[in-house]
Design a binder for this molecule. Sequence first.
Ligand SMILES: Cc1cc2nc3c(=O)[nH]c(=O)nc-3n(C[C@H](O)[C@H](O)[C@H](O)COP(=O)(O)OP(=O)(O)OC[C@H]3O[C@@H](n4cnc5c(N)ncnc54)[C@H](O)[C@@H]3O)c2cc1C
Length: 396
Amino acid sequence: MELIMGHADTAGAGRRQSPVTLLIVGGGIMGLWAAVKAGRAGIDTLLIDGSGVASGASGGILGALMPHMPDRWSAKKQFQFDALLSLEEEIAALEAETGLDAGYRRCGRLIPLPKPHLVDIALGHQRDADIHWRQGSRSFAWNVITAPLEAGWPVVETGQPLVHDTFAARVSPRGLTAALRRSAERLANVSIMEGTDVVGFDTAGSAALLSDGERIAYGHCIVAAGHRSFDLLASLGPDLPRPLGQAVKGQAALLRAAINPDLPLVFLDGLYIVPHGDGTVAIGSTSENSFDQPFDTDSQLEDLTARARALVPSLHDADVIARWAGLRPKAIERDPMVGPHPEHGNVLALTGGFKVSFGLAHRLAEAVLAPLTGASISLPPGFDMAHHLASASRQR
Ligand SMILES: Cc1cc2nc3c(=O)[nH]c(=O)nc-3n(C[C@H](O)[C@H](O)[C@H](O)COP(=O)(O)OP(=O)(O)OC[C@H]3O[C@@H](n4cnc5c(N)ncnc54)[C@H](O)[C@@H]3O)c2cc1C
């Protein structure tokens, strides 16, 4: 077990006698933002991660920050828009504080429109974005254009339209999680403990039981254990519908490529091509509901890479320098699962970010901390853990 302490009185945290004010289970993007936000709010916090901080899905390589479509506007889309916009300032402040580069850039996105009817739909979205993608003096567009901004990025037939979304962004998952970790370590009231799993809770829901036989009592506990959150949360209520969620495997690759790092990311039929600022281009992702080898890559990734090379010929000879697979947390109702456990209100879910965690985690963390900070942050109704459970119960 490795314990990194922000202050001296947390020594021997695994054996602590007095409860920690806030225990966070899981140091992925969700748990890290929660730790940083809690620490900044002056809350005595212990983050515990069995396999090590950012060793789960958040230790990946893709880093696309893609908004929902601007049509059929809803509370959920507004929440995501606000979160994606505020992330820009959050990351700038984090980089200034830590001196680390999170690889963030609002690079935009290009989406080829290979069929004529898609152009009409896109023109409708252009009008929707004009209405909804704005805040104060900032506004963003879903423009229909007739040629890529740079020839061959991506390759399309002459005159074939594309969407240019000016709101999408990219970030380095490993850069951002490293900066968050550094920030958490700088906070005197935040400690990080690695190498020991939380295996369950006591019946009162007031202490976590650890894989080394120890227990940690807490005032509040945030469960941000990625796809493993669902079983942990379910273990606190024998009558809850199960499963509360599932793991969805994804594979991605990283290529070394001398391309302009300011280019927009390219998206087509589930394929993402994300230019990063360090001379690499990430390609993703598969989406696999069933799999035998959760962390192996296979021919599905080779197919995806071949599609990317065909769409962007400048990647044709680029070397693959990393192949990676991880497990996304998908809650029963697909949206994030956040907030108090229905039977133990001091246990708070912070999971289910599925494919969009990196854009939302900072705002979800603020919302889940509201019972401790007194902040008032409203979440879209579908994100609430109770909503997920009610909906799952109806389906039983
Ligand atoms: C191929 C791929 C590409 C993706 N691309 C994007 C993208 O472009 N943009 C985006 O926003 N999202 C993307 N995602 C999704 C994103 O990576 C996840 O939604 C996100 O990382 C989940 O973060 P998390 O903190 O909830 O979980 P995780 O990152 O999985 O973190 C959970 C942590 O909890 C720890 N843990 C688990 N159980 C326990 C326990 N019992 N006790 C103690 N510790 C425990 C783990 O060790 C882990 O570190 C992608 C995912 C994949 C697989």
